[in-house]
Ligand binder design. Sequence first.
Ligand code: ATP
Length: 462
Amino acid sequence: MNRFSFEEITTHLITSGFVYPGSEIYGGLANSWDYGPLGTLLKNHLKNLWTRHFVRGIEYNVQIDPAIIMNPRVWEATGHVANFHDPLVDCKYCHSRYRADDLIKDQKPELDVDNMQLEELNAEIQKGEIVCPKCGKAEFTPIRQFQMMFKTFMGVTEDKSSVVYLRPETAQGIFVNFKNVLRTTRRKLPVGICDIGKSFRNEITPGNFTFRTREFEQMEIEFFFKPGEDQKWFEFYKDNCKSFVERLGLRDENVRFRDHEPAELAFYSQATTDIEYDFPTMGWGELMGIACRGDYDLKRHMESSKADLTYLDPETNTRYIPHVVEPSFGLDRLMLALLCDAYDVETLADNDSRIVMHLAYELAPYTVAIMPLSNKLSDKAKEVFNLLKVDFDCIFDTTGSIGKRYRREDAIGTPFCITYDFDSETDHMVTIRERDSMKQERIPITEIKEYIRKALDSHLVK
Ligand code: ATP
């Protein structure tokens, strides 16, 4: 259980430069967030780690980067145009807006909401038993279905024929390229196609900081294999996702794998597991899902596009539509979980305290901070900075006492601080201080790189 409130942590993230409110000088834009220098570095490190783990680390996998705007027929084929709706209600008194299914789930957990038809949800909402969490009144507008895909127009005319959508998931860019990847990489099944990119959903109830936004990034894999091997690859990805999450350093007690109940499963899915994180204040929330999708997506695209997406198995000389396992991570949610997990306020001697972000070394925005003890030593300390910047993300900090600079780096998670002092001029050594233990050591400048590399290696959860 996290000891700190969501508000305390997110305030720290905003004030220290991980995240900024979107369009702030214009009064902001509801639930839109920009990543600052620290958030951007952390995000890039997380993407790199995912790529190393799932693309480089699994011999069957390759990565592609498909377009955000796709032929609108893609979304007709997948059912998104017809079905990607949320049931929306407004409180008649305070005008707060909710998803009807979420309201009912929270207040009547005994009901099987996932299997209720729209009319049943509406009847439940109108009974007068469900109350508005904000004002406590029990009168809502009838449910309206709300299309969650962002629509825009392509080209100069704004008519029906030029409507296109911003993709609500990255996965379909993978399915439509399945044949291209097989052909150009000359691979045989199993093949995994990976993608990192932005997705857009016009969520009715965004919120909880970056947990639910309308623009977010996903890291998805569609893994194609021979029908019948579903369970084997599902377990394979469950294990891989588990070792990935362990590598991130999230505390065990804050993470759980939740298998979907049969009633929760999509009709084409044999099994789905979510990885959830116990966020401070808001509780358990989904970070990612691993789903068995059978041949559902390729089949829909075959029917709709008339393209042949079958696979000729060279071993059996038979044709079939491959089955798919889909591990789908939300990058922004994963980052938020990491930041919540890492945040700590430690009491030190003499009534002192420090905020410290215990991020895994390889994820921390900066790996090293270089600090000249006095401004007079700046040029020499810069030489150390220049030596290290090629291999590590470094920050050069000259302002305030060394103690203050340590605190600043602790608060953003920098694992190592290097102080260049007057003795360094003659003994060519520096003081290196580690974030978690606060231990200091004096080491030769020529050995810093090796020292940090070894420390990074030993900090990896393998
Ligand atoms: P939820 O039930 O929370 O709306 P979902 O089950 O619809 O999520 P998926 O379609 O499975 O989500 O998307 C895969 C991942 O993408 C999710 O596990 C989540 O991490 C991320 N994600 C989905 N919607 C959002 C959003 N609006 N903001 C941020 N991340 C999101």
